[in-house]
Write a new protein. Sequence first.
Length: 516
Amino acid sequence: MAQSDHPSSDNTLSTIEKIGKAIPDPIIIFMFLLAFCMVLTVFMGGLEFKTQSADGGDIIHTIKDMTDKENVVWLFDNALLANWLGFGGGVLGVILVVMLGVGVAEHSGLLTAVIKKLGTRLPETMLIPAIVFLGIMSSIATDAGYLVLIPLAGLLYAGLGKNPLIGMAAAFAGVSAGFSANLIPATPVDVIIGLNAKVFAEAQGVPFENANGEPLTPATMHYYFIFVSTFLLAGLGAWVTKRFVEPKLEKMTYIVPEELNFTDFEVTPEEKRGLKFTLLGLGVSLFIVFLLSIGPLSTFTDESGKEVSPYLNNVILLIAFVFTLAGASFGYASGKFKTLMDIVNAMIAQMNTMGYILVLTFFCYNFLGLLAYSGLGTYITYLGVSFLQWLGLQQFPILLIIGFILTTALINLFVGGLTSKWMLLGPIFIPMLYQVNPAMTPDLVAAAYRVADSSTNIITPMMAYAGVILAFMRKYKPELTLGDMIGIMIPYSVVFLITWTILLVGFFAFGIPLGF
């Protein structure tokens, strides 16, 4: 394998990779934290500290010794239901339901067919913006973006007589760096981030409200922000490709393998038939959702005079229903599904991929339950707040936003996985930053996390699909190294991180709601 022309960057990359590999899996981390905090409460049990209440009075907290008999009983009594399955009002169950709907759409072949249909019909002048845009939209089902769009983009560029790595880089930027943007509300990312943010906030008495004091809907609390972000990132991705990536890669030699076959990515007659029926299924499902929104799930005023919107409260289930019906329509029309059991098997296949999430949440949610019950979580927040106030940052909320984004972006280089990092950082920073400055509402902190986590996905060797993308690119450039690939992607990461941060700061500075 050829050596890279940039030994210093290779050394940095190697260091990041070594540190990343030395960090245990998040499940192991939460196991350790659970045991460590149990031991820590033995030494800190009985410690009292004061925090300020909303009315300006003092609240006295006492840390519990979790080895005391009644506390050990509490741990065992709550381990399965309250601290895991019922954590946060059933967060885990809602996440699983969303994945069922997405699973039907994904395993029917619908999402793959859509990407192929759109990708092979693009005019050359619109190719790059459309590829980045499709990559962003494909984050609904990550596998389709990584495994279909990226190699398809390379093939399209090879067909135009251009370096295939140009198209693959643009697609990679859209799929991975634009992972947290989308035009569709209540995607799995929205659900995971939003529902857990609500739990993290309420665990320490932080109101789950936006800057205007309005209650937040977890699955759509960022929708306006990610809607705008989708077009911003698509435009930026196209600009970076034309300004930095294309001039660099046009000078690079590449090969086109003889076995490369464009028909591998053509839409089959069965898929064409499936897409036609998908429009019918999509129309029917949206019409049913509309009827529900003006009927049984319409907004009403309860006895206390509070306005209740069952439609918004159940938007996650409604989106899952739309995905299921659209995916089933495609599956039956294309021949992928023949019986109702095939749909069930698609759901089962999707659940088979959720095993890691189940194990992760068992230890994570029990750890978070222990933090809340023992008082350690409140104490950690208290220490963090005291330190940030000592620095005087309570007067500079924009610096708090930028500081959190940079912290998360750095951590993302060493620890992969959006969910696991959010479970580590969310419980600490959501209450901490709010107590430093109430302008740092849960939706703002969660949005900052999404910006940072997505922007540096493409420049870390710890990203789950890094090796897969490198293998795709090596078909055209066999000597390409991981360092070379990351070097290609750095301009996207830097531009996305800076501009996306400015967009979030702009939403905050002008008081624009992040969602609804």
